[in-house]
Design a protein around this ligand. Structure first.
Ligand SMILES: Cc1ncc(COP(=O)(O)O)c(C=O)c1O
Length: 287
């Protein structure tokens, strides 16, 4: 089992020096990415992730040069060659390599890099999913196209570091007095039996996990959902709260800014949603 890299479909050593100096991803963050989880040697929700990748590329006006079948084959080859059965595959496409100038180059070909590593199975993450996470609220300092999964992640990076320094699992961001999302997750709360989450507009990334919860899991469990922004105070008064994400899966939130959410224990609705999500993974990835 070994982490591996890939450039334009060719396998490379994970530590190979493969980024040209004038790759626009390197110089401008001019590109988009996806992260897909591998369970039991199979990709989970690959189609949903690649569809979002195509959307990000269209929004950034980066030409689409790989079909879904090609991208699926690259994912499968990375799994096979690496021998990694429980992991994560990172995929990024940049606008390409050209002399540095802000406007789009006239002739440039998008550049694909990928990597596979074991992720998501560590003891810390497992404990968070089981026992719940502490989070902090921080200002949302990002740009206004958070719906694009672009390489520009400085707001997210600085927020996550604040969480780490506060001894918390995640920083959840506040813009104009409303909760948007976590630095690498979407946020949900439960009040009076209703599940609340921020609408999927330009201010958040429409998480694949979020979509499964809103469109499939909650309806099947008979849990009403409202996609409406809420304030940090409203969240602090919630009966339950949780985060969703590809690596995070469904992680209960038991404290916000050092104060317990409700009685500080994982709530029953969160647990039901968590179980239903794991069942979806098992259904797609078990042999
Ligand atoms: C800012 C942000 N929001 C939400 C998510 C969750 O998205 P998904 O469920 O597709 O992993 C991510 C995932 O990395 C993210 O970076």
């Amino acid at each position: 089992m070994r982490p591996l890299g890939m450039v334009n479909g060719e396998i490379v050593d994970i530590n190979a020096n493969v980024v040209p100096m004038e790759d626009r991803g390197h110089q401008f963050g001019d590109g988009a990415y996806e992260v897909t989880r591998v369970y039991n040697g199979r990709c989970f929700a690959l189609k949903e992730h690649m569809d979002r990748m195509y959307r990000s590329l269209r929004e950034l006006r980066i030409p689409i040069t790989y079909t879904f079948d090609e991208l699926a084959e690259f994912h499968e080859r990375l799994i096979k060659e690496s021998g990694i059965t429980e992991g994560g595959i990172y995929l990024q496409i940049t606008r390409g390599v050209a002399p540095r100038a802000h406007n789009f180059p006239d002739t440039v070909v998008p550049r694909l890099t990928m990597s596979i590593r074991p992720v998501g199975t560590g003891a810390a993450l497992t404990a968070v999913r089981e026992n719940g996470a502490k989070i902090i609220f921080v200002p949302d300092e990002r740009w206004l196209r958070c719906d694009i999964k672009s390489l520009n992640l400085l707001g997210n990076v600085l927020g996550k570091q604040k969480a780490k320094e506060a001894g918390c699992f995640e920083a959840v961001m506040i813009r104009d007095g409303f909760v948007t999302e976590g630095t690498s997750s979407n946020m949900f709360i439960v009040r009076d039996g209703v599940l609340w989450t921020h609408p999927a507009n330009n201010l958040i990334l429409k998480g694949v996990t979020r979509t499964f919860i809103v469109e499939k899991i909650a309806p099947e469990l008979g849990i009403p959902v409202i996609e409406k922004a809420f304030t940090p105070e409203f969240a602090k008064g919630a009966a339950e709260a949780f985060l969703s994400g590809t690596t995070t899966e469904v992680a209960p939130v038991i404290a916000i800014d050092d104060a317990p959410v409700s009685d500080g224990r994982v709530g029953p609705i969160t647990r039901k949603i968590q179980k239903a999500y794991i069942a979806m993974i098992d259904a797609e990835c078990s042999r």
